[in-house]
Write a protein that binds this ligand. Structure first.
Ligand SMILES: Cc1cc2nc3c(=O)[nH]c(=O)nc-3n(C[C@H](O)[C@H](O)[C@H](O)COP(=O)(O)OP(=O)(O)OC[C@H]3O[C@@H](n4cnc5c(N)ncnc54)[C@H](O)[C@@H]3O)c2cc1C
Length: 410
């Protein structure tokens, strides 16, 4: 039954996930509405990084505000000449121009009507979906896509007691001396030489840092994944300690970033009548924390499928539309890959800082195509398995043991 004022699709949210999927749906000529607590013009609070190739393959590389060719990591002890040596990645990394990215997606959303409201409940009635807002207003759609981020209480998923979180505390600012080399991007600086014994036994963290030019740098102390997460206080202390150990002080803070999001949120139930996209659909890469590339790659096929279903069969209800759409969003292949990544993350979280450094030093010895494909989640399943086996094969014995989960015997 098609109600009056019932949109084809109602998208919930105005973050990158909502804009990616809404813009694709609009391109298919669907009647799309979007509800978000904040105006879609409101600047996004996070800085988004991505491997440049992910955008090049989508012809969107012009959306990068910063791009680095000198990309390195540090997995040594930090002591002696050898322990200070970087691992060079020789692969471009970039940061989005947030404004341009948001503007580009919003332009593609032209024709869509925005409602600024906070959604309080979502119910399924007579084949359609009803969304109730804090103001008491209600809206109807044939299908709702929840893109309200990882905290969504609307999407149903299996319960997991301890979800690992990525946590980071970062500063964009001016420093007494450069925290990284000029024009350099540091993906992970795991050197631990500034930590005491107690800190060394706690969950590891690394420095993610880059030169923005004009004597401005971004430095962020990051814990890849931990349950419970590292506190912002301890990350800030570690960052201060790391910098002071190198004789560096922060002279001016231009922006502070507090980052906390789940890495291994269970996949949503794929038979529910509410569809989701982005953080709410557990699309964050469980082994790296990246998601924006996946949003850009996976939104066109999802929108295409929905457009096809909606236009060819006006009788399909929310349950059937969502059932088909979930299968496109989370194909069996993507589910299997996700499981492998989750397994990998579980293993990594059991590593102490020394083992983690050895693991990553090995990981980046893989051919660039392999480690990049693993991190971007662009390798087909058989290839991903081969890459993981190859990683196992080239890993030192103690990393091998850690990867299998067997108790340490040596
Ligand atoms: C600090 C930080 C840095 C990150 N950096 C990167 C990175 O460099 N690269 C990368 O790929 N990923 C990164 N991520 C991971 C991930 O890409 C982000 O979390 C991303 O913002 C998730 O997008 P989203 O659109 O799903 O959710 P969000 O960005 O959280 O957007 C949710 C939207 O829903 C709206 N909303 C929420 N609840 C309601 C409601 N009840 N009613 C109406 N509207 C509602 C919000 O107002 C918002 O507009 C980062 C995450 C964080 C937190």
């Amino acid at each position: 039954m098609k109600l009056i004022n019932c949109a084809d699709v109602l998208v919930l949210g105005a973050g990158p996930a909502a804009l990616c999927i809404a813009s694709e749906l609009v391109q298919h000529g669907l009647d799309v509405q979007a509800i978000a607590s904040q105006s879609p013009e409101e600047p996004w609070p996070n800085t988004y990084g991505i491997w440049a190739e992910e955008l090049e393959s989508l012809n969107m590389a012009d959306l990068l505000e910063h791009r680095w060719t000198k990309t390195v990591s540090f997995f040594g002890s930090g002591q002696g000449d050898f322990g200070k040596l970087p691992t060079t990645h020789d692969f471009d990394y970039g940061l989005f121009d947030q404004k341009a990215f948001q503007k580009t997606l919003l332009k593609k959303c032209e024709g869509l009507s925005w409602i600024i409201e906070t959604v309080e409940s979502i119910v399924f009635k007579e084949g359609n979906t009803q969304v109730k807002c804090a103001s008491g207003e209600t809206f109807w759609a044939r299908i709702v896509i929840d893109a309200s981020g990882h905290k969504s209480s609307f999407v149903k998923r299996p319960y997991k007691e301890l979800v690992a979180q990525q946590a980071a505390y970062g500063v964009v600012g001016k420093f007494s001396s450069p925290p990284v080399d000029k024009e350099q991007f540091v993906l992970m600086d795991f050197r631990p030489d500034h930590l005491n014994q107690k800190q060394l036994s706690e969950p590891p963290s690394f420095l993610y840092a880059m030169d923005f030019g004009n004597d401005i740098y971004f430095v962020e102390e990051t814990s890849l994944a931990s349950a419970p997460p590292l506190s912002f206080k301890s990350l800030k202390e570690r960052l201060d300690l790391r910098l002071s150990h190198r004789g560096i002080t922060i002279q001016e803070i231009l922006h502070e970033e507090h980052c906390l999001f789940p890495m291994n949120l269970p996949l949503p139930y794929l038979d529910q009548p509410l569809l989701a996209f982005g953080g709410s659909a557990s699309m964050v890469h469980p082994a790296s924390g990246y998601m924006v590339g996946a949003l850009l790659r996976r939104s066109p096929s999802l929108a295409k499928e929905l457009a096809k279903l909606i236009s060819i069969n006006p009788k399909l209800d929310s349950y059937h539309l969502a059932k088909h759409a979930w299968k496109v969003l989370w194909t069996p292949e993507l589910v299997q890959r996700h499981r492998l990544y989750q397994f990998g993350l579980e293993r990594l979280m059991s590593f102490d800082e020394q083992l983690l450094r050895k693991f990553f030093a090995t990981f980046f010895k893989l051919p660039t195509r392999h480690w990049y494909g693993f991190l971007a989640n662009t390798l087909p399943l058989p290839k991903l398995v081969i890459v993981m086996l190859r990683l196992f094969y080239i890993a030192p014995l103690e990393v091998k043991i850690g990867m299998t989960g067997l108790p340490k015997i040596i």
